[in-house]
Design a protein around this ligand. Structure first.
Ligand SMILES: [Zn+2]
Length: 222
């Protein structure tokens, strides 16, 4: 199955992509992982990307698209893939069309995970991380036993910069103006399934698997 996962920050796309990748035995292709791979292996694309990242600039589409094209050509993508974090703009979606056309493959489905902005802000801004052991908490949904301290190691919990309310609001604005229009772009091209993200991970996962016609139990088998 060839899938694209879309959705605003905080809806749990990455987690769903990982679970789908396991259950369907297809690679999970995330732009974050691709960047890390190319940069740590000093590939041409990685070194180009690094120049922009080091200056705090956005990596131009040609570089990101080059990495995606390179990845989709690999053997393990033959039976499918799940793309997470790409495309992010209509421009990238058009580039992706071209890559897929050149490879003579078609997308099967776009899965759009939805959640109300207020709910996203609540979810992300309540998140606290242990800087020592990376455990993740939530002030309302998963509070630590002792306020502000990690259950595992007792270290003081912190809020990541990305999870600060003003940062989330900015990220949501970028999402609505640049990424959301992709849905309109795909409307007549590929099947789009909208799935509302639930607070409980298992509920969201069940909804996603149902939409794909995949037995939820296959997850436990892997
Ligand atoms: Zn800890």
């Amino acid at each position: 199955m060839r899938l694209i996962l879309l959705g605003a920050p905080g809806v749990g796309k990455g987690t769903q992509a990982t679970l789908l990748s396991k259950a369907l035995s297809i690679p999970h292709i995330s732009t974050g992982d691709m960047f890390r791979y190319h940069i740590s292996n000093n590939t041409d694309l990685g070194m180009e990307a690094k120049q922009y990242i080091d200056k705090g600039m956005l990596v131009p589409d040609e570089i990101t698209v080059g990495m995606v094209a390179d990845r989709l050509k690999q053997q393990d993508c033959r039976n499918g893939f799940v793309l997470d974090g790409f495309p992010r703009t209509i421009q990238q979606a058009k580039f992706l069309d071209k890559i897929l056309k050149d490879l003579n493959i078609q997308l099967d489905m776009v899965i759009n995970i939805t959640l109300d902005d207020r709910e996203i802000i609540k979810r992300l801004s309540g998140r606290r991380i242990c800087p020592q052991c990376s455990a993740v908490y939530h002030i309302e949904d998963k509070p630590p036993k002792n306020e502000g301290l990690c259950d595992n190691c007792g270290t003081g919990l912190v809020q990541r910069g990305d999870d600060k309310e003003e940062t989330i609001i900015k990220r949501l604005q970028v999402y609505h103006s640049q990424s959301e229009p992709i849905l309109e772009y795909y409307k007549d091209k590929v099947k789009i399934v909208n799935i509302e993200s639930h607070k409980l991970l298992e509920v969201t996962t069940k909804r996603v698997f149902e939409a794909l016609g995949v037995d939820y139990k296959t997850l436990n088998a892997c």
